[in-house]
Write a protein that binds this ligand. Sequence first.
Ligand SMILES: Nc1ncnc2c1ncn2[C@@H]1O[C@H](COP(=O)(O)OP(=O)(O)O)[C@@H](O)[C@H]1O
Ligand SMILES: [Mg+2]
Length: 380
Amino acid sequence: MPNPFKPTAGATPPLLVGRRPILEAFQESIDDGPGAPYLLQLMTGARGVGKTVMLNELGDVATRNGWIVIHATAGPGMLDRIARRASTYRQELGSRDRGPETTSWRITTPVGELGRESQTSGSELRIWSDELADLLDVLEQHGTGVCVTVDEIHSLDLGQMQILAGDVQMLVREGRRISLIMAGLPRAVEELLAGDSRPTTFLRRAERPLLADVPVAEVADSFLQIITDADRSISDELAMECAQATGGYPFMIQLVGYHVWRQAGRGPITEEHVTAGVAAAQSRLGALVHEPALADLSAVDRTFLVMMARDDEPSRLGDIAGRMGKDSRYASVYRDRLLKAGMIRAAGHGLVDFEAPYLREYLREHAAHLVAGQDDGGQS
Ligand SMILES: Nc1ncnc2c1ncn2[C@@H]1O[C@H](COP(=O)(O)OP(=O)(O)O)[C@@H](O)[C@H]1O
Ligand SMILES: [Mg+2]
């Protein structure tokens, strides 16, 4: 029996823990049709909490309802890529190529073409919404629609964001069966929406599920179920011990499950397997989640975090500044950067805490190496 756990970013877990309400709300909105609230969602959550997995799961719900799903990741040319996928699907569905007739249909639509034309300029930008509208035309005959998911929305540039939002808003106004589900890091998404242009106003009205850690008791149940289904055995107590080691953090669920399973070989899972498996999971979490996240930061950002790790509880900004040998204003610049990067979160007045589990321990263990690069230019 192969190891059922999937400790890889974006990989579908053997059992999706704690997310049923989100899936149900989406199904309900698909049933309710155009304009239903959960067709437009902006999901946020820390790294490894399961955003990409949820986009896939919601996409599967849409697919089961006969919708076409287009998954995209934010980045240059994204709208163009969505357009090409839409065009391919439309051709597969057997609709003739877009011709003059389609164009004239467009002109007779009350709000369609005019609005789209007025908001878009470059060719990539016009094509994407036209392609989407054409695909929606075809699907309308089947009573279904299109679900577009956009991952890593925090790295979408403002221009693309405005086109995306403006065009989807237009399709919603036309009463089309269109669903847009986006996911990104909380603070960065907040900033993206902070502007006061009209399309972002539209996005601010999206449902905003915040993906958080899942209940530890449900994690324990999932371990029992997955392991039993695979004809192996684990006691209730050990399943709970594994679950507690995950802290309910989804990435850690897969890591602990994977390594405990691996330790056990073929026989029943014992206390020793759990101890060794949890230790292996913790060190892999560092390599898979913390290390790449820290590598994206500047040396001063990392120093700030290492200074935080000296505390056993949420840190005071003033203390961190003192440890860095700087004033609080200087430190607050880096606090804001780290909030935006999803590394830390506000924990009450003047306090900050780590966002990811075991980050504190990881930083303590690797402090020397992380602060060493101090002079590689920390301003950016
Ligand atoms: N609800 C969940 N239950 C169990 N495991 C999950 C859940 N959500 C995500 N995972 C696992 O967590 C890891 C990270 O998920 P991912 O979607 O890549 O996170 P994010 O996109 O938020 O960084 C993957 O290994 C995935 O299988
Ligand atoms: Mg992801």
